[in-house]
Design a protein around this ligand. Structure first.
Ligand code: SAM
Length: 234
């Protein structure tokens, strides 16, 4: 039976693709991708030659009816993105929603996701958390978001690009102060992977002193968390 398969791809290390993801890609008729060059790199690594269809932020709405028709005609379609789990700060939710409404079978494969990889390795409270993805670029809009969640009782997680990481940390510090514990996970699963864990002010200085190239996940501990007195009730 034709279906939509959600296929997470590696966030850096190509060997992080799962056996089920490889099997799904091998069996499917069409691979949805954000960028055919990025997708081809993975398919070449897996020695596969597949039909690709662009599915990106800027054509998502237009592509949904076409993809629904393709599945209706008997094609199994794999949804991928450039890196990590599709639909998580990436295109995907619209086609998944359209399939749900039409009762088209959906298979969701577990796999790489930057926020989960970072949180698990941070040493910060992980029982409850709020993922806010990318915040607005403007300082005023971004600091308003920080103000909204400054007293939130659980861990906060954000995504940010290398161009804006220092500005992000500066805005964060201006709202929550210099001593809140954070973790900044950079270039996970890649050669220059590094985790910075400590107080915001110290982490800002550490990152400012290095080359900021790469991709970042920022994790902010709740106010009452003290890194060296990790208590079980958090
Ligand atoms: N769908 C992806 C996922 O499952 O995590 C997220 C895609 S989003 C467009 C890209 C952002 O994820 C980057 O700007 C960065 O914040 C984070 N990210 C992706 N790969 C990363 C890595 N290897 N190390 C650190 N952060 C990463």
């Amino acid at each position: 039976m034709s279906k939509l398969v959600i296929v997470p791809t590696p966030i850096g290390n190509l060997d992080d693709i799962s056996a089920r993801a490889i099997d799904a890609l091998a069996r499917c008729d069409i691979v949805l991708c954000e960028d055919t060059r990025v997708c081809s790199k993975l398919l070449n690594h897996l020695k596969m030659d597949k039909k690709m269809l662009l599915y990106r932020d800027d054509n998502e709405e237009r592509q949904v009816p076409k993809i629904i028709d393709l599945i209706g005609e008997g094609n199994t379609v794999c949804l991928t993105s450039d890196a990590g789990t599709p639909a998580i700060s990436d295109p995907g939710y619209r086609i998944v929603n359209a399939c749900r409404r039409r009762k088209i079978p959906i298979e969701s494969l577990p796999g790489a996701c930057a926020l989960i990889t970072a949180l698990a390795a941070s040493g910060l409270p992980s029982n409850g958390f709020l993922f806010l993805g990318f915040l607005p670029n403007k300082t005023s809009a971004r600091t308003n978001m920080f103000k909204k969640y400054i007293d939130f009782d659980y861990t906060l997680i954000f995504y940010e690009s290398c161009h804006k990481i220092l500005k992000f940390l500066k805005d964060l510090q201006s709202v929550i102060g210099a001593t809140r514990v954070i973790c900044v996970a950079r270039e996970m699963t890649k050669i220059h992977e590094i985790f910075h864990v400590g107080e915001v002010g110290q982490i800002y200085d550490e990152i400012a002193a290095t080359s900021v190239k790469g991709e970042y996940v920022i994790i902010v501990a709740p106010q009452r968390f003290k890194f060296n007195q990790c208590s079980l009730d958090l």
